[in-house]
Design a protein around this ligand. Structure first.
Ligand SMILES: [Zn+2]
Length: 200
């Protein structure tokens, strides 16, 4: 778990309570982003397994502590939406690893689950090895949201790992454009941008 002071908005460690410098000068569109764990052993290995070996049991297992964590945040949520894969990657892998965690979590929280609410507008390049600025450019206008599923709702958008939060920012923009009332973001793990950006 990430401990100490976290930026109220993006959830990155900060020296003093409040907003980090980046969120002060350039606030992300979501209300808040939080991660349950740091992207380190053993969570990192577990997420890798989930991504490449379709371990449904592992998805259920990770959803348990994540559900408890989500409850502790006390966000006023209506609906859970996973970050979708692009069509090409979905075809190659056959499933979305985020779905394996987000679905049991939504059930446990008693929230609606809408995996079709977000779609990739276009195929984005892998974020691996990109700088924070390159990640933002890569994710710009990457998503489109279905208004009939999100209009007037407070949405929890979920991903497996976040680093700079650019994917979640881009998805939040699409959700707001389609009439979502509010957007909160939750990931299983957080890779801290100053170390390990190249490997995520
Ligand atoms: Zn911040």
């Amino acid at each position: 778990m990430l401990t100490g002071n976290l930026c109220e908005k993006c959830g990155l460690p900060v020296a003093h309570a409040g907003l980090c410098q980046h969120c002060q000068s350039n606030p992300p569109p979501y209300r808040a982003l939080r991660a349950w764990a740091a992207f380190d052993f053993p969570i990192r290995q577990a997420l890798h397994k989930l991504k490449y070996r379709r371990d449904m049991g592992l998805g259920d297992a990770l959803a348990v502590p994540l559900t408890r964590f989500a409850e502790s945040l006390n966000w006023p949520l209506d609906v859970v939406v996973p970050i979708p894969l692009g069509r090409k990657r979905r075809r190659e892998r056959g499933y979305n690893q985020v779905d394996l965690i987000a679905r049991p979590l939504s059930l446990a929280l008693g929230l609606d689950y809408k995996p079709a609410a977000l779609k990739r507008h276009r195929e984005t390049n892998s974020q691996v090895g990109l700088s924070a600025m390159e990640r933002r450019a890569n994710m710009q206008n990457a998503f489109v949201a279905t208004a009939s599923l999100v209009r007037g709702k407070t949405v929890l958008v979920m991903d497996d790992v976040s680093t700079t939060g650019s994917t979640l920012s881009s998805s939040a923009e699409a959700l707001y454009q389609s009439g979502a009332k509010d957007v909160f973001a939750l990931t299983v793990a957080r890779a801290l941008p100053h170390h390990g950006l190249k490997q995520v």
